[in-house]
Write a protein that binds this ligand. Structure first.
Ligand SMILES: [Zn+2]
Ligand SMILES: [Zn+2]
Length: 443
């Protein structure tokens, strides 16, 4: 609570007659109870990717009650809410809707106990282990402040609730379903993500590349099955797979230039049924990460070359099958936009609470919006309890990361900061004309 009071003091000190005034403490406090109640509701009722029906309905109802023009079922369970306020730029703010098949072990009074069936029919626990519930609550609070302060901005505000971020499919589906043609096309797209790498109360800005390119591959290696006691009559795909896995590790360590980011992880290997049977095929599941497009190309080409050559070396009867499953590009923050909005965030939160952050190895399908030619600004929202954060730092340990069963954002300061930051960013962008905004940010 002490921290909270510090914020409120800070935001009330920052009030000025300027058109880009940060949210006042009165504005934030007037929307906070409902935003917090929405957070608790969403946290206790999480839904898996592409199944966010109740979540989407709750968000849509909330935005409709604030007089946004709301369209549901965009690209599946996606929500689009438009608020027009005269001439000016169109700015999009995005939240994700989905939760994860993780069993919550936080012990919180409002912990999720939800179980459901996943797409394969298995019973799985469900938890908002990535903090998307906090993103939705923050967007709802921001939506209310923006709707009640139309004198502080002009243009068109486009709020979207995107399904299936965790399966890297929702952004693409919304675009395919007409997000950019049926609704006003954004001049800039904005999103935030909460995490434990920063204490609650702070935000992190990264100009340029923010996250990694991701490629998921499935490789099937073919052999010739037979009796385990007679390997000479078979071609063992498990041995070929084992050699392939080890050889793939030489791509980041021997082929990619030292200092460039490249990850090749074999996340699973599936082959065989019984000790004394040599199977006729083996399957590998890979995730491949990189920052740069040329490194991505180099790594994917090397995976194909090594996999084929190892199969040939092992005498495989057929070339291996290499299938590309989901993939996404790295998220790129327009540097001009990042520079401009860093200033807006500093005025709203105080200079000490805005840090220059570094790119991370995760991936995000927010890149699909940026690829449509829309400059993006994606920033990090501190979620860690500041005291626990300081203790962990002193001890050289890490707090539970996103996707952990123990992931627990410090809701009060993180949600307050999320709302203040989003309002500051939107008020900054929703000034002047669309032409001026485009000129400012990508010359
Ligand atoms: Zn996640
Ligand atoms: Zn996430």
């Amino acid at each position: 609570m002490k921290l909270l009071r510090r914020f409120l003091l800070l935001v009330s000190l920052a009030v000025s007659a300027d058109a880009q005034t940060p949210a006042t403490s009165k504005e934030v406090e007037s929307v906070y109870p409902e935003a917090h109640a929405l957070y608790l509701d969403l946290h206790q009722n999480p839904e898996l990717s592409s199944h966010e029906t109740q979540t989407a309905a709750k968000l849509a109802a909330r935005l409709r009650s604030l007089d946004y023009e709301v369209t549901e079922h965009v690209g599946g369970t996606g929500v689009v809410a438009v608020l027009k306020n005269g001439a000016g730029p169109t700015v999009m703010l995005r939240t994700e809707l989905d939760a994860l098949p993780v069993e919550e072990k936080t012990g919180l009074s409002y912990a999720s106990h939800v179980h459901t069936r996943d797409d394969a029919g298995r019973d799985v626990p469900v938890m908002h282990a990535c903090g998307h519930d906090l993103h939705m609550a923050s967007l709802a609070g921001t939506a209310e402040i923006m709707a009640h302060s139309k004198q502080s901005w002009h243009g068109t505000l486009l709020l979207i609730g995107q399904p299936a971020e965790e399966t890297i499919s929702g952004a693409e589906r919304m675009i395919k379903d007409g997000l950019l043609t049926r609704f006003p096309k954004p001049d800039v797209a904005v999103a935030l993500h909460v995490g434990n790498l920063l204490p609650a109360g702070e935000v992190g800005v990264v100009p340029g590349i923010l996250s990694t390119n991701a490629n998921s591959l499935r490789i099937t290696i073919y052999g010739k099955g037979g009796h385990g006691s007679a390997p000479h009559t078979t071609i063992d795909p498990i041995v070929i797979a084992a050699r392939t896995i080890l050889a793939l590790q030489t791509i980041p360590s021997r082929e990619v230039k030292p200092g460039e980011m490249a990850v090749v992880t074999v996340g699973y290997i599936r082959a065989g049924t019984k000790n004394n049977i040599i199977p006729d095929q083996a399957e590998l599941g890979l995730t491949v990460r990189s920052y740069k497009a040329e490194v991505r190309k180099q790594v994917l080409a090397a995976i194909t070359r090594i996999t084929k050559a190892e199969a040939e070396a092992g005498g495989a009867p057929r070339e291996p099958l290499i299938e590309e499953l989901e993939s996404t590009d790295s998220v790129y923050n327009d540097p001009g936009l990042a520079q401009r909005l860093r200033g807006a965030l500093e005025s709203a939160l105080g200079k000490d609470n805005v840090v220059m952050d570094e790119a991370h190895t995760g991936s995000e399908d927010f890149s699909y919006f940026v690829e449509q030619g829309i400059p993006g600004f994606y920033f990090n929202l501190g979620g860690a309890d500041p005291e626990k954060f300081a203790q962990a730092k002193a001890a050289g340990t890490m707090l539970p990361s996103n996707h952990s069963p123990l992931f627990t954002p410090d809701v009060d300061p993180a949600l307050h900061t999320g709302i203040i930051a989003e309002v500051a960013v939107l008020r900054n962008l929703l000034q002047g004309s669309a032409e001026e905004l485009r000129k400012c940010c990508h010359p």
